[in-house]
Structures are given as structure tokens and as C-alpha cells.
Write a protein that binds this ligand. Structure first.
Ligand SMILES: [Zn+2]
Length: 143
């Protein structure tokens, strides 16, 4: 389960509207307590994909390390990632799964239709390693 405040929920959806028709992407920081992840802040990333930014995203590893360091200074861990699907379902793609490596983290996807954020879903990356990892839909609780 992923818990986040209305403020963070609005922020990640707004980010998708701003980058439309390209995908947005970012990091979710917060606390992990067993199966419950609680978001305490979000960090926007620039989508470094230049070949096909409308249906792919990529976070610069250096940017991710910087966000991870800054989070730790505030007692926050990386607990997930978010990105948008311009004019596509709020469901993970085979590429999303192939490029997801943070087992136990949440992957939030927002469908943006004609510039407006629509459905937002969250998936937990489950499994023990790259060979058996899988996305499982999870409850997204907005408080
Ligand atoms: Zn995707």
C-alpha cells in the first residue's frame, strides 16, 4: 500500500500535465514500514530520454543519487517512482517492467489525456531478483 497526502498526489499529477505530451518522471521519498510505504516528499526529475520522450522515461542515475542523498539528510528513503502515460492507460508497460529495478518500491503511473491528469494507479515491484520481478497493483491511499 502507498500512502500520500493530497498535496503530493496533486503535485505528481500536475507534473504530468506540465510535461504533456511527453512523459514526466520523479522520485517518491518517505518511509517504508513493512508493506506500507508513506510518501513524505516528491522530487521531480528531468526525463533524459530524447529518442522517444512521449512514451519512455529515464532518470539520470546521477540525479537519482543526489536525490537519495538529500533525502537521507531528512530521514527519507527512496520508496518509489512516478511517471505519466500521455494518452495511454495508467498501467505499466513491458518496458516499464524491464527498466524497473527497485524491488519493494512503488511505481505510480498517471494517465494524462489531452493535457489533463486522469487515472492514477500504483504498482509494487515484487519478487526477489531480476528474473522473477513482477508488478502487482496496490492500494493508493490519498489522505
Ligand atoms: Zn510507463
Amino acid at each position: 500500500m502507498l500512502k500520500l497526502s493530497q498535496k503530493e498526489y496533486s503535485e505528481i499529477r500536475r507534473h504530468g500535465e506540465e510535461t504533456y505530451p511527453h512523459e514526466c518522471c520523479g522520485v517518491l521519498l518517505g518511509q517504508m514500514d513493512g508493506a506500507v510505504r508513506t510518501v513524505t516528499s516528491t522530487a521531480r526529475c528531468s526525463n533524459t530520454r530524447t529518442d522517444s520522450p512521449q512514451n519512455r522515461y529515464h532518470i539520470d542515475p546521477k540525479e537519482l543519487i543526489r536525490i537519495q542523498r538529500q533525502g537521507r539528510e531528512h530521514g527519507e528513503d527512496v520508496i518509489g517512482f512516478y511517471h505519466s502515460h500521455p494518452d495511454h492507460a495508467a498501467h505499466w508497460s513491458p518496458t516499464d517492467l524491464a527498466e524497473a529495478h527497485w524491488i519493494g518500491c512503488s511505481y505510480v503511473i498517471t494517465r494524462v489525456v489531452e493535457g489533463k491528469a486522469d487515472v492514477t494507479n500504483s504498482f509494487e515491484l515484487t519478487g526477489t531478483d531480476e528474473a522473477n520481478k513482477a508488478f502487482v497493483g496496490e492500494t493508493l491511499e490519498v489522505r
